[in-house]
Design a protein around this ligand. Structure first.
Ligand SMILES: [Zn+2]
Length: 111
């Protein structure tokens, strides 16, 4: 993928994630707890919201580090083995930091 296309896509992703974060942060389900008969339902909604925020924030971190690699010229290479990441993978996941093999190993290590 052309590096300027990659940068543009990453910047769009960052803008989208920023919007999602402000939407999620704007939702305060606990504020409605006053008149709620079921406080448990409100709590789980807050938990879900928090979990979503967490996942959006980690996506944003991945996008930011991909943008940093664009700047340093390392974008498109696997951060673990240094080999080029498959074009199709970058098309699907412009923020992908690892080739498929290293990503699978990474995921196993984190579990
Ligand atoms: Zn690799």
């Amino acid at each position: 993928m052309d590096i300027s296309v990659a940068r543009k896509r990453l910047e769009e992703m960052r803008a989208d994630l920023d919007r999602s974060i402000s939407v999620l942060q704007g939702e305060h389900p606990e504020a409605r707890a006053d008149d709620a008969a079921d406080a448990g339902a409100i709590l789980s909604e807050a938990d879900r919201n928090e979990a979503m925020l967490e996942s959006v924030r980690s996506q944003r971190a991945a996008v930011l580090s991909a943008l940093a690699r664009v700047e340093t010229g390392e974008y498109g290479n696997c951060v673990d083995c240094g080999k080029p990441v498959a074009e199709a993978r970058l098309e699907a996941r412009p923020d992908a930091a690892r080739c498929v093999g290293c990503q699978a190993k990474w995921d196993r290590r984190r579990r």
